[in-house]
Write a protein of this length. Structure first.
Length: 368
């Protein structure tokens, strides 16, 4: 909405331009190409306001928009331990909760059935020959370990040893508890060894993941306190800690990722919820401007200086910390510069209208 208002006022500025002869004096020979001159009427209509740049204290808190996501360190992929055909799935919907040890699926597997028979045969030979000719203990143990490796549990193997009867269908149980996030196999599917059957997420902790500009990273205390605020739960706040800062920066957006781990007792919080991450910073005394005085795109950051009566010049700057209202200026300006604090976007629009080019396009970041 703010940019729509700026556009409307910019159009009014154009409509209220002075006569061509008077406007021509804004482009005198030798004049800096980044300079633009407005009439008194345009300054008043555009509500162009300036202020002298000076030192200010940045706030000790950074607020970032975030989203709650699954803690991947507590996620489990349940894979098929042996090839076979799925005869039955006991859980068929994402979002279902599984306890550790719940039945997951029934599998028909020729390979597993043959291994069961080998185990029974080894037990029978051990019993009949009583290890008098050959020591069958090692053979029995080897056959038992094979069944464990292929997904049967101790109770199933003990039952097999007791009854000496091998069922053609084998039931497999959940190795962990959690919510089903993905189901990747269905009844009747033939699965190979290692095929992912489903994925489980333990929601006892969640990640609040927030994006942050690289210019803000220097001011964030990675060992400081982090608070996650949840607007969907009436502004409830939960204390957490920064667990991860992505070491790789997106070169196009200059945005980084911060991850804050928070506890989720009772599983009240759900992945996908909106949140705000509040990070404690070390207060600093530096050159600061209102956020609206700074014009940014993917590559450049520009402010407008007043260099004469109704005369303004675009200057590229390097920014630092930002607290929502103020932004730190690290390079490009000096104390005492007169900066446009209100109407910077309107000046930008007027420049583009007159010159047919964005004032940011002529700046070279290597000169910063």
């Amino acid at each position: 909405m703010k940019y729509l208002i700026h556009l409307c006022v910019a159009l009014l500025l154009v409509a209220c331009k002075e006569k061509p002869k008077e406007v021509a004096q804004t482009a005198e020979p030798g004049q800096d190409r980044d300079v633009i001159v407005l009439s008194e009427q345009q300054v008043q209509l555009g509500n162009i306001r300036v202020d002298t740049l000076g030192n200010g204290t940045m706030g000790d808190k950074t607020v970032l928009a975030a989203t709650l996501n699954v803690d991947e360190t507590k996620s489990v992929a349940v894979n098929a331990r042996i090839a076979g055909r799925i005869e039955r799935l006991y859980f068929k919907s994402t979002g279902d909760y599984l306890r550790k040890g719940d039945r997951l699926y029934d599998l028909y597997s020729e390979t597993l059935n043959n291994a069961k028979q080998e185990y029974i045969l080894a037990l029978e030979k051990q019993q009949v020959l009583d290890n008098s000719i050959i020591d069958f203990t090692q053979l029995v143990e080897s056959a038992r370990n094979k069944l464990l490796l292929w997904g049967m549990n101790e109770a199933q193997i003990d039952e097999l040893a007791k009854t000496k009867k091998a069922a053609s269908i084998t039931t497999f149980y959940s190795p962990a508890g959690g919510y089903i996030t993905t189901l990747e196999s269905h009844e009747g599917d033939y699965v190979a060894e290692g095929t992912t059957m489903l994925r489980l997420a333990n929601l006892s902790t969640l990640w609040a993941e927030a994006q942050v500009y690289t210019s803000q990273l220097a001011g964030i205390d990675r060992d400081g306190a982090a608070t996650v605020r949840l607007p969907d739960l009436g502004g409830k706040t939960i204390s957490g800690h920064i667990e991860f800062v992505n070491p790789e920066i997106n070169p196009d957006t200059r945005i980084n990722l911060i991850r804050v781990a928070i506890a989720n007792p009772g599983n009240q919080l759900k992945p996908g919820m909106a949140a705000y991450v509040e990070l404690k910073n070390r207060p600093t005394n530096s050159l600061t401007l209102p956020v609206d005085a700074v014009i940014r795109n993917e590559k450049h950051t520009v402010v407008w200086l007043q260099v004469g009566h109704n005369t303004y010049k675009s200057v590229m700057v390097e920014t630092g910390m930002e607290d929502g209202e103020s932004i730190e200026i690290k390079a490009g300006l000096k104390a005492g510069d007169i900066v446009v604090t209100t109407g910077a976007y309107l000046l930008n629009s007027e420049y583009i209208f007159r010159r047919g080019a964005n004032p940011m396009a002529g700046h070279d970041m290597s000169n910063m």
